[in-house]
Design a binder for this molecule. Structure first.
Ligand code: C2E
Ligand code: CA
Ligand code: CA
Ligand code: CA
Length: 279
């Protein structure tokens, strides 16, 4: 810690200690979060701009900590990633969410896609493909309805191994989507070699799409790049109708964002899905 002068020094170092103590506690507690039923999966709808219907759901993890309350995945995923707990948690998310969608299908809900976020440690584990295969067999979930979201930044190191893993996932019939697309530095030549079905325009571009011409150009470029490589394109973080109209008029295939719905607990999603079926 840098001495900022006067009381600031103490302020700063106290704050640092608080952050460290919290991180250490979260790192310890997350080991028991699954068994203590503290983890929950929220689902956010993805809407097709062609049919106007819900075409998929993204599973988003929530941790209800007994002392701290709801903790953002932005805080605890990196902690779980560091400690290695992400491997167990990721398996739990995939199993729980696929079972949930199977249950909804059994009540007569039309089958829709399930998107699951993969972290870099999961992508690099040697048994990832076997684990996925086991979950698909156990749950009977249709592989073609499962889509794994990997971020552009995860693709940077160890490219040959990653391509090999992605090809094996693709052979299972499971789809792949590149999340946060446009925020990293992957070359077009590299992206073209990947068995990827979808690009997801990062919400940082969508947020300013109406005010920042640069962001609008990037979004348009991602849509035409995706389409010319035979991929679908989805935009995340769509919050208003101006953004929606822009994306629709430029041929974006799907949208996701607060405009349509926030991520919701399973019970609320079931209501949304059953209502939209009868309409
Ligand atoms: P992400 O994959 O980029 O997910 C999108 C984030 O944007 C979610 O935050 C979602 O709630 C939020 N969002 C959705 N619509 C809007 C909108 O219209 N406006 C704004 N401002 N935000 C919107 P969330 O749920 O807090 O998740 C944060 C990140 O945590 C995710 O970013 C993902 O990287 C990670 N994450 C969440 N669940 C999992 C999981 O099961 N496994 C792994 N490995 N990572 C996860
Ligand atoms: Ca995602
Ligand atoms: Ca994203
Ligand atoms: Ca993001």
């Amino acid at each position: 810690a840098k001495r900022l002068g006067g009381n600031n020094y103490f302020f700063y170092s106290t704050e640092l200690q608080t952050i460290t103590a919290r991180t250490l506690k979260l790192e310890k507690d997350i080991r028991f979060a699954i068994d203590n039923q503290q983890l929950d999966i929220y689902y956010q709808p993805q809407v097709s701009l062609i049919t106007g219907k819900i075409s998929g759901l993204e599973a988003l993890l929530r941790w209800n900590h007994p002392d701290f309350g709801m903790i953002s995945p932005l805080e605890f995923i990196p902690i779980a990633e560091n400690s290695g707990q992400i491997l167990r948690i990721g398996g739990w998310v995939t199993r729980t969410a696929t079972l949930q969608l199977k249950k909804w299908q059994a009540t007569g809900i039309d089958p829709i896609k399930l998107s699951i976020n993969l972290s870099v440690r999961e992508l690099k584990q040697s048994q990832l493909v076997e684990k996925l295969e086991n979950i698909l067999t156990e749950t009977g979930f249709e592989p073609g309805l499962l889509e794994l979201e990997i971020t552009e930044s995860m693709l940077m190191e160890d490219q040959e191994n990653i391509i090999n893993t992605l090809n094996r996932i693709n052979s299972l019939g499971v789809h792949l989507s590149i999340d946060d697309f446009g925020t990293g530095y992957s070359s077009l030549a590299y992206v073209k070699r990947l068995p990827v079905n979808q690009l997801k325009i990062d919400k940082s571009f969508v947020q300013d799409i109406m005010n920042d011409p640069g962001d609008a150009i990037i979004a348009q470029a991602i849509i035409s790049l995706g389409h010319s490589l035979g991929m679908e394109v989805i935009a995340e973080g769509v919050e208003d109708t101006a953004q929606l109209d822009f994306l629709r008029s430029h041929g974006c295939d799907h949208i996701q964002g607060y405009l349509f719905s926030k991520p919701l607990p399973a019970g609320d999603i079931w209501k949304l899905l059953s209502d939209s079926e009868t309409n």
